[in-house]
Design a protein around this ligand. Structure first.
Ligand SMILES: [Zn+2]
Length: 434
């Protein structure tokens, strides 16, 4: 029998460190296969909050003391997230997800809630309990074959804050669809992505501001290593800080085009055959991934777009020599972009630019000189062996002496949180000065 507790989302209450309840006693298997009839009345849209009622949508069976309107909004959001999640993993949900969403514990009659679920919710977290028999083609838990887990049932217990029901629903979907939620870094990282799911565009970072602040400040002094995140010794429900690092890694891998196309197959493998590891998948990209992970943490803020900030590692750099010129198209919405020019601090270069960009929807066109306060200015940065130098102004053109030797990268100066609405491009030509 699979007995797993996968999930405590306690980020809504900063500082709470969740502890897994030991000595679990689970309901019988018969209950798992045949959900118990509900003790609560059927809810309607007009119902006020304060009494536990049942609400159903296509894939969710919700018991909650939220109002009918709040319950409907929650179900709408959960269905949208589940549609995205099941598209991402390429498997439709196998069965309804039963979820308790508890706004006020006092509204629930004694004995109506699973004790472990209730205590997690009281502590500001959530809990998904899954049970069932894992069936391989040759019987239970056949280790030689991809596993099939159609008979696992998961039940979620959550507080009524915005994200926890979404976090737990990701666990429940994985448990019921794949029979496992994967190793802790993946299970909780992906569930945290679910926690922050919003209707609409999910490419930009939108997380608890305290979590963003923690990653930013901790990243400066003691960044958690990738190995430290993906190791198998960590446990679910350990600390909100560990959840923050897991989210950061999963968000980066899912959204940065340099890594996203390997991340989805890795995840599917993690949830099914379990043949591949993070190290095997990304071993040949270790330097790049480590650099971009540090860059992401160093610029952590709501609005940051990993897809736009991605570094294009496919472009090769060469020293500029003789009268050879390098032409580069610089896009306003992208982060640092390669010029393919290796420059030297003891040489002078000539720069010419053309074109313009806008930094907001319907905003004025700005040339590469930028505005008087430097917004929209063309800026450069020298990179050497994955070490970035300080950014410096390039502007509209003219003579330029690099501050150090290395590869020249350029971008349009704008807040990292605000690249998404930028439009336009500037063409840059650079050559050695005669
Ligand atoms: Zn979780």
């Amino acid at each position: 029998m699979v007995r797993s507790i996968s999930g405590i989302a306690a980020l809504a209450r900063m500082g709470f460190i969740a502890v897994i309840v030991a000595g679990i006693s689970l309901p019988s298997l018969a209950w798992a296969q045949d959900p118990k009839p509900s003790a609560f009345p059927q809810g309607k849209l007009a119902d006020p909050a304060g009494t536990p009622r049942d609400y159903r949508s296509q894939w969710f069976f919700l018991h909650t003391d939220l109002s009918g309107k709040e319950a409907k909004d929650l179900l709408d959001r959960l269905e949208k997230m589940l549609a995205l999640v099941s598209r991402y993993w390429g498997k439709p949900p196998q069965k309804m997800i039963e979820t308790y969403v508890i706004k006020d514990m006092k509204a629930w009659p004694a004995g109506s809630l699973d004790e472990r679920g209730a205590s997690m919710v009281a502590a500001g977290g959530g809990l998904t309990v899954s049970l069932g028999i894992p069936l391989g083609p040759n019987g239970p838990d056949d280790p030689s074959k991809p596993r099939k887990f159609g008979n696992v049932t998961a039940v979620c217990y959550c507080g009524a804050d915005h994200g926890t029901p979404q976090h737990e629903a990701v666990h429940a979907y994985c448990a019921q669809t794949f029979g496992t939620t994967g190793p802790v870094w993946y299970s909780e990282g992906m569930a945290e992505m679910g926690q922050y799911f919003r209707d609409g565009d999910n490419r930009d970072v939108q997380i608890h501001p305290g979590v963003a602040e923690y990653l930013l400040t901790e990243g400066r002094k003691n960044i958690k290593s990738l190995r430290g995140i993906v190791n198998n010794r960590e446990q679910t429900g350990d600390s909100w800080q560990n959840y923050a690092w897991r989210w950061a890694l999963c968000h980066l891998l899912a959204n940065n085009p340099n890594y996203a196309n390997r991340f989805r197959p890795l995840g599917l493998d993690i949830l099914t055959t379990q043949n591949r590891t993070f190290e095997q998948t990304y071993g040949d990209q270790a330097d790049h991934i480590s650099f971009e992970y540090k860059f992401f943490i160093a610029h952590m803020c709501n609005g940051f777009r990993c897809d736009l900030a991605a570094f294009d590692w496919s472009k090769k750099f060469l020293a500029l020599q003789g009268s050879v010129a390098r032409n580069v198209t610089v896009l306003a919405e992208r982060g640092w972009q390669p010029t393919q020019a290796t420059v030297a601090s003891d040489k002078n270069y000539e720069l010419a630019t053309s074109g313009s960009w806008t930094l907001s929807k319907g905003g004025d066109a700005i040339g590469p000189a930028g505005t008087s306060d430097g917004k929209g200015r063309l800026v450069g940065m020298i990179m050497k062996e994955f070490e970035m130098g300080e950014p410096f102004d390039l502007g509209a053109g003219g003579d330029f002496t690099p501050p150090e030797n290395g590869n020249l990268w350029v971008r349009c100066r704008d807040e990292w949180a605000e690249l998404g609405d930028n439009k336009g491009k500037v063409t840059l030509t650079i050559r050695l000065k005669k």
